[in-house]
Each structure stands twice: as C-alpha cells, then as structure tokens.
Design a protein around this ligand. Sequence first.
Ligand code: ACO
Length: 319
Amino acid sequence: MQTGIKLISTGAYLPEKIVTNEDLSRIVDTSDEWITKRTGIRTRHHCVSETHLDLAAAAARQALERAGIDKAQLGACVVTTVAGDKVTPSCACMLQAALDLPELTPCFDLNAACAGFPYALRVVQGLLTDERPYGLVVSAEVLSRLLDFTDRSTCVLFGDGAGAAVVARQEGAEDIHAVLGSRGNDQVLCIDGAWADHTAHVHMEGQPVFKFAVNIIPSCIEDILRAAGRTLEEVDLVVMHQANERILDHVVSRMGLPPEKVYKNIAHIGNISSACIPVALNELYEAGRLTPGLRMLCVGFGGGLTWGGCLIEMGGKEA
Ligand code: ACO
C-alpha cells in the first residue's frame, strides 16, 4: 500500500478590498437581505491591484515558512485555479521563480474547478518520494475579473483569495482515500476561454448546480469513508467547498452531521472556487484547531461538473 500524506502547515491571503452586499446593491438590483438569506454571504474580497500570482505567492510563502522545510525537499508544487494571470506559463511555474523553488520540483497548474484542492492532494500524494517528501498545494482564484457585474445571479456569489498547504509523505501516514469524479457537463457552469468572441464571464445555472451539490457531497463522503474503512464518528472536522450556506446546511441535516464538526466561513469570503477549502483550513490552523492527529474530510464540487474529496490527518506529534 502506498505511503500516505499528512497536512503540516497552511497559509492564506485575501485581497485587502472587502465588498459588502450593500456595495453590490448599488451596482445591481439586489439586496443584503436576498444575498444573506439565499446564500449566507455577507462580504467577499476583490483584488484591486493584486495579481493572481501575488495572492498565490503570499499564501505559499506563509505555508512554507510555517512548515519550516528545506525547499530542496519539495517533490511537487501544484496550483489549482480557473482564473490564473496567464494561460502559459502556469501560475505554478511563476511561483517557482517567485519562491526560488528547485528545478527538480515539478510545478504545474490543475483545473478541476472548485474541486481542485482535493484533486491536487491526490496528485501530490502520488508524486512525493522519500528524497522529496514534501508537497506544496496552492489554490488561488481571482474570480472578480470573470464576473458580469450586470448579472445579479452570479456577481454576488464570488470572491478572490488564495489558500496553501504543505503536506508531507510520512511513515505511518494513511492514504488519503481520495474520491474524484466528473460528469462532462459544459452547460450549467462554465467560463469561456480567452479566445471567445466576447468577454469571458462566469455562466451558472444556479438550481441544477445546487441539486448536483446536495446529492454529490453526501455520496462522495460515503465513498471516502467506505474506502478508508472509517465512520463519520472518527472524523473530527468536515471542510466543504463554500458555495452556498444552504448547501452546507442541507448536507448537515441529510447526513446527520454534528454541526460543530462542519466548518463554515462563506459569510466573509463568498465562493472563491478551489481556494475555499485551504482558506478554511488556514483559519482553523490560525485558531489553533488543527491539532496533531486531527482527522479532516475535505470535499469540493464545481464546474465540469467535478467533485472530489479526501480524508487527511494533521501531522506533528501525536496528541
Ligand atoms: N438578488 C436578488 N434577486 C436575485 C438575485 C440577487 N442577487 N439573484 C437571483 N435573483 C432572483 C432571480 O432573478 C429570481 O427571480 P424571479 O423569481 O423573479 O425570476 C429569484 O431571485 C429566484 O432565483 P433562483 O435562481 O431560483 O434563486 P435560488 O434560490 O436558486 O438561489 C443561487 C440562486 C444562490 C445561485 C443558488 O441556486 C445556488 O447557490 N446554487 C449553487 C451555486 C454553486 O454551488 N456554485 C458552486 C460552483 S461555482 C464554480 O465552480 C466556479
């Protein structure tokens, strides 16, 4: 059986500018009441002068400093994104230069939309070796530049930000039992490429995506637990993609999850696609809640339609 990985540190960066629901109600026909009631979102961050690379580099630097590892031992640097500064070079390659990562560290971007973080953990787990046992996953998104600020059904939902994680291949670490899937759907959630004959914007049919989410999250969680031979009682924390608070609440009641085990931060970050899960992990890390041995279920879903989840333990001295 392959050696698994543990999470050893996190980092994050959110742009300085905070956009409130009231701010948006001055641009489109919406209200704080509608957005709060239908989504749970109160504020989100938008870039003004920060680039996508700035966000990714700030989050990555923080995670690497906290991990205190030798960069020569990095076996992979993977950036998950749907909204990088350039099509090529990848953000991961630009990050390699910004962070002075070794040439033998494979650096590449991965697009699995909002499910990117669990996908990347699975890919990184497969790339690490005894000589290069550390992996850097950075999830960075600048969705504000892909929003149509005349479309009230999408522009209120998304924000910008980056989260990062350093993971370690460790003796005794369990396989993360990742469950990844996709449906080949380009209708209900898409963003056109730069070559489109119009400005590329997020296009989303909210209700089909909502229904997809509330069905796929429970089945993904059940598949992971079955693969891992674990029960929900053995999971300490559930960190899901933050697309809509009603989706999270729906999953909590449908699965009978203890609400205190389910982390929510959508109220102040909105939907930052693949960055939601690592930004949430970083908030938990900074709150001192990621104690060694803690077992977390991370689950994402998004455009594609993709979904992915895994079970990962916090590294460090066992409690
Ligand atoms: N303010 C006021 N009214 C609004 C707004 C708004 N911001 N947006 C839509 N409305 C209106 C609609 O026009 C509609 O009006 P009508 O009844 O007069 O036609 C009414 O509100 C209801 O619209 P619905 O689309 O039915 O609203 P719903 O309750 O489904 O909420 C939402 C919409 C929030 C988008 C919800 O469907 C949702 O969260 N879906 C899931 C989104 C998601 O999970 N995204 C994740 C993936 S993102 C990614 O991968 C990049």
